[in-house]
Design a protein around this ligand. Structure first.
Ligand SMILES: Nc1ncnc2c1ncn2[C@@H]1O[C@H](COP(=O)(O)OP(=O)(O)OP(=O)(O)O)[C@@H](O)[C@H]1O
Ligand SMILES: [Mg+2]
Length: 743
């Protein structure tokens, strides 16, 4: 079927044809024939790279251009959300029936807001969590959504992301029963079941636009799925290195999946030694430039230096321990063909389009807490393998598993390459997960009786698979807990949320965290300090996995605990009666100390060394801390805790920026962070008034302050600058940019 024949507005088709997309892929054709453009609910399960996004795009345009509709695109990960946002951007030149241009928005951050500005957008890309939080705020515009797209819907099976996704879908269907659902899935064992749940037709295909050769390498021989075999040049004792070199020789790029962050870094280091030798001179120059960009982004740490060093050799690693801007730089540079080899944890396994001609899967086992090393699922293997051979970049793809023995090679062939992906199962029925959703159901007016709550949960995938009776007693137990903790109350015949319950639900924190914070506010410690609050939030379950202290850290942490004893909201567990709980408590002290050093302006590099954390962990702690301090601030205000309030609001800002109190006024300026703020402060610019009085030259004389920033600061603080000075700065800036471009 030709794009030109599709029943969508001409202007939309033109965009695709101009991009070289002229014919539909067979799975796309099947989906169109099944009625996706006529409001039919569909679950499309087809292999990686088979073009599922295009169906989502066409269907969205149908809604926006012809039906005056509104679309929400649910992506499981932020990286995927931003890739999809960029893909949808090409349609923003199109005009709707009312003459206005199509608008596309993205919202993945801050959970405590209804984001009413999103109302302006026709197509909204969000993560599942963000969508859930918006539903809790009952954002008005959500009632107008006419199409929901659930990308990577097989992640219903994922213990952490799946439950949110099923709740969001069930709620959207409840708010708007006429909503069209388009679910995109990898091939899985029970597509029919997801379709049954969503009242949808399903399409299953095994078609892929670019052939993907899946194989196992043993020593220097690759055995393929179709019986083919080939030898690769054995330049190194490490098969990954040989596979990578082989790919580079053929002009391709390679993506190597490792099971842990440490292994990803180690693999990149081993590979880089070899790749450095095969790079051309111009490429080396380009890579030098990329390395400089990495060093110029964020604070310099050993990790950014290692990364920059590897990039110079055409290799890099990618994992959740990297800072966001570094991750983005690496992804873009790999997409642009500059970095030739990328090693990654499974963070890049889902949905993204990368130019990897070869994928190497180093390890089919992963460490699962409580289970030890555990083989990954066939589903996950297929997702990783499927990053190879994407139509935008390559004509053929290859994915190779590594075996150490003949037996293992046979096992990998049978157990992964020839195996069928598993069935997926709902992961909803876990108390910790469902607690917040039960509260939200009442607090956001989705139900006001026990029966109503069961009815709502009856619409989830869990209930479809197991029957709602299976979680009735769990829900009953949670309702009791919420009642006892005064988050819900009975008014006449109705169950309603108290102010406390409603706020906790909107703040998107676990009700248990809400209780911890409320109890702490009621029983303040002898000395209320910053550390009190930092430990309090580290003590809530929402801070995420506690950083278990290393054995050698326990003694110093115990001393710190002693030092801060009268500042703590909670008492430490007895170390002899419950050693496990005591160590966990020391872990919380460690998290609090990390945050305390962060707002004491300790450098990132030093923090990483002092506490053995990685930048990504540090950012996770900071992000969670900002959110939980905001929650504490809001709850303190709800309970009229005037004593705590100034401290909490101040801490939200300080933790956000990583600064001492004295820098607060000047870091509120755009472009001024903790490093530049400190330089300016030490040079005597300690307030807005000081900056008003400063000349542009004074400011540009400071380290790390260029003319553009100096101009930006002056624009923000006011103060007089002569016209010819502005002109000179603009000229200088233009000249610099041109020089960079010509280089
Ligand atoms: N009809 C088409 N003709 C040419 N290229 C296409 C067509 N449809 C999609 N593509 C291209 O195919 C690539 C892969 O598409 P997409 O990302 O939608 O795959 P997917 O099915 O979602 O895979 P995954 O399961 O890995 O997420 C994209 O680069 C897209 O531009
Ligand atoms: Mg996809």
């Amino acid at each position: 079927m030709k794009i030109a024949e599709l029943p969508v507005p001409e202007q939309a088709k033109e965009i695709l044809v101009n991009m070289g997309i002229t014919d539909l892929f067979p799975p796309q054709e099947d989906t169109i024939r099944a009625g996706v453009l006529e409001n039919q609910n569909i679950v499309l399960a087809s292999p990686t790279a088979s073009g599922k996004t295009l169906i989502a795009e066409l269907c969205s345009l149908k809604h926006v251009l012809e039906k005056n509709g509104k679309v929400i695109y649910l992506a499981p990960l932020r990286a995927l959300a931003s890739e999809k946002f960029e893909e949808f951007h090409k349609y923003t030149s199109l005009r709707k029936m009312d003459g206005r241009k199509v608008s596309v928005g993205i919202s993945t951050g801050d959970f405590d807001t209804a984001d009413n500005w999103l109302e302006r957008y026709d197509i909204i890309v969000t993560t599942n969590e963000k969508a859930d939080s918006l539903l809790r705020h009952r954002a008005k515009w959500m009632d107008n959504i006419s199409l929901v797209i659930a990308d990577e819907v097989h992640l219903l099976n994922d213990a952490s992301r799946g439950p949110t996704l099923e709740i969001v879908l069930a709620r959207l269907l409840q708010v708007n029963p006429d909503i069209q659902v388009l679910a995109l899935s990898a091939t899985i064992g029970n597509v029919d079941e997801i379709a049954g749940w969503l009242n949808a037709k399903f399409i299953v295909t095994d078609w892929r636009p670019v052939s993907l050769k899946e194989g196992v390498v043993l020593h220097d021989e690759i055995q393929y799925r179709d019986g083919d075999a080939r030898k690769i040049e054995k330049k190194n004792s490490n098969p990954t290195v040989n596979l990578v070199l082989n790919t580079l020789k053929g002009g391709g790029q390679a993506l190597v999946f490792a099971s842990t962050r440490k292994n990803a870094v180690a693999a990149a280091k081993t590979i880089a030694v070899q790749t450095a030798e095969v790079l051309s001179k111009p490429l080396k120059r380009t890579l030098e430039h990329e390395a400089e960009k990495i060093l110029a982004t964020g604070e310099r740490t050993q990790i950014s230096e290692t990364l920059a060093g590897l990039v110079r050799c055409g290799a890099a690693f990618h994992h959740a321990g990297l800072a966001g801007p570094h991750r983005k730089l690496i992804e873009d540079s790999f997409k642009e063909g500059k970095i030739k080899v990328l090693t990654s944890t499974p963070t890049l396994a889902f949905g993204v389009n990368l130019p990897a001609r070869t994928v190497v899967i180093q390890d089919y086992r992963r460490f699962e807490p409580g289970y030890g090393n555990y083989p990954i699922s066939v589903l996950e293997y297929k997702q990783m393998a499927g990053r190879a051979g994407r139509p935008k970049y390559d004509k053929v793809g290859e994915s190779i598993l590594i075996a150490k023995t003949r037996d293992e090679a046979d096992y990998l062939m049978e157990g992964y390459i020839l195996a069928k992906p598993e069935r997926i199962w709902s992961r909803l029925a876990v108390e910790k997960i469902i607690r917040g959703h039960v509260l939200a159901t009442v607090a956001s007016d989705f139900a006001h009786s026990e029966q109503g709550i069961y009815e709502f949960f009856g619409k989830t995938f869990y209930a479809y698979q197991y029957d709602v009776k299976a979680i009735k007693s769990l829900i009953g137990k949670i309702l009791n807990y919420l009642y006892e903790e005064k988050m819900i109350e009975v008014v006449g015949d109705n169950i309603c949320a108290t102010k406390f319950g409603k706020r906790v639900s909107e703040l998107y924190i676990d009700p248990l965290s809400g209780v911890v914070i409320r109890d702490a506010l009621e029983n303040k410690p002898a000395a209320l300090t910053e550390f009190s609050l930092l430990h309090l939030i580290a003590h809530t379950p929402d801070m995420g996995p506690v950083m278990r202290p290393y054995a050698r850290e326990c003694d110093p942490l115990a001393l710190a605990l002693e030092d801060h004893k009268n500042e703590l909201f909670t008492e430490a567990p007895d170390q002899f009666a419950d050693h496990f709980a005591y160590e966990e408590f020391l872990g919380e002290i460690k998290t609090a100390l990390v945050m305390n050093s962060w707002i004491d302006e300790v450098t990132e590099e030093r923090l990483i060394q002092m506490f053995n954390v990685q930048p990504g962990d540090l950012y996770r702690i900071i992000e969670n801390a900002k959110w939980l301090l905001h929650a504490t601030d809001e709850l303190a205000s709800l309970f009229g805790e005037k004593k705590v309030l100034p401290l909490t609001s101040e801490l939200v800002e300080r933790v956000g920026k990583g600064i001492k109190k004295e820098l607060l006024p000047i870091v509120r300026l755009e472009g001024v962070g903790r490093i530049r703020g400190r330089i300016m402060f030490n040079a005597g610019y300690q307030s807005i008034n000081d900056l008003k009085a400063a000349s542009i030259e004074d400011l540009t004389n400071l380290p790390l302050v260029g003319p553009r920033l100096a101009k930006k600061i002056k624009e923000q603080v006011g103060g007089y600058v002569k016209k010819d000075m502005w002109e000179r700065i603009d000229k200088e800036q233009e000249f610099k940019q041109r020089a960079l471009f010509e280089f």
